[in-house]
Design a protein around this ligand. Structure first.
Ligand SMILES: Cc1cc2nc3c(=O)[nH]c(=O)nc-3n(C[C@H](O)[C@H](O)[C@H](O)COP(=O)(O)O)c2cc1C
Length: 215
């Protein structure tokens, strides 16, 4: 028998943790590292997957998931095809928003800022650390372009494998971006929807102002 699914009745109470102005780290990067380590320790499925939101030239939002590959005081790094849809959107409007949802920990982290390409050396270093299949895939895929069928992609992959063997160079259209945050919000679910939201705003002197937001 089929049961009617009532989306309106799906809800969960959040009670695992709390976050306050006094126990949050003084640097949002330290707070991010702490929560990321806790997400790793909790053995979540792909805690390194984050939604990247960008904007189209006519002001429409767009979003997809990418993997975080670095986090330090300069910002948050991911790798992709510079000519993909996201690459074209970032070329026109170099701002993005990153979102992590660590559902089992009842946490969300929201990061806003300007996005820039990382250096060629940094892209080279990461590209050459990847398995050869992924390195060839970066050549084979004209990311986000329409393609008539899958065999065309597989044929391109085979051609590049013949051309480069096990040592493909980094494609010029493939590399990293770094989002340098000007705001980071940490969200911890609480009971009765009275969640904790602690937001860091970057100051002109490079320091951070911390504020609590209403849930
Ligand atoms: C879990 C997961 C991880 C992904 N990681 C990446 C990534 O690191 N880089 C990337 O370019 N695409 C990644 N993708 C694919 C993107 O979501 C997206 O399909 C692709 O980048 C094309 O996006 P665009 O057309 O907006 O440019 C990932 C998808 C999933 C579901």
């Amino acid at each position: 028998m089929t049961q009617t699914l009532s989306l309106a009745d799906l809800r969960k109470n959040y009670a695992l943790g709390s976050l306050s102005e006094t126990d949050v780290a003084s640097s949002p990067f330290d707070q991010f590292r702490l929560w990321f380590e806790q997400a790793l320790a909790a053995r979540l499925a792909e805690p390194n997957a984050m939604t990247l939101a960008t904007v189209t030239p006519d002001g429409r939002p767009d979003a997809r998931i990418v993997l975080i590959k670095g986090a330090d005081e300069r910002g948050f790094t991911f790798f992709t095809n510079y000519e993909s849809r996201k690459g074209q959107e970032l070329a026109a409007t170099p701002y993005g928003c990153l979102l992590f949802h660590w559902i089992e920990l009842e946490r969300q982290v929201r990061i806003e800022g300007r996005v820039e390409k990382v250096s060629a050396e940094e892209s080279d270093a990461y590209y050459h650390s990847r398995p050869v299949g992924s390195r060839l895939g970066a050549w084979a895929s004209v990311q986000s372009a329409e393609v008539a069928d899958r065999t065309i992609i597989e044929q391109r992959e085979a051609e590049f494998r013949r051309q480069f063997g096990d040592a493909p160079p980094r494609p010029p259209h493939w590399g990293g971006y770094r989002l340098a945050p000007d705001a980071i919000e940490f969200w911890q679910g609480r009971e009765s929807r009275l969640h904790d939201r602690i937001k860091f705003f970057r100051l002109a002197d490079g320091g951070w102002r911390v504020a609590r937001l209403s849930p």
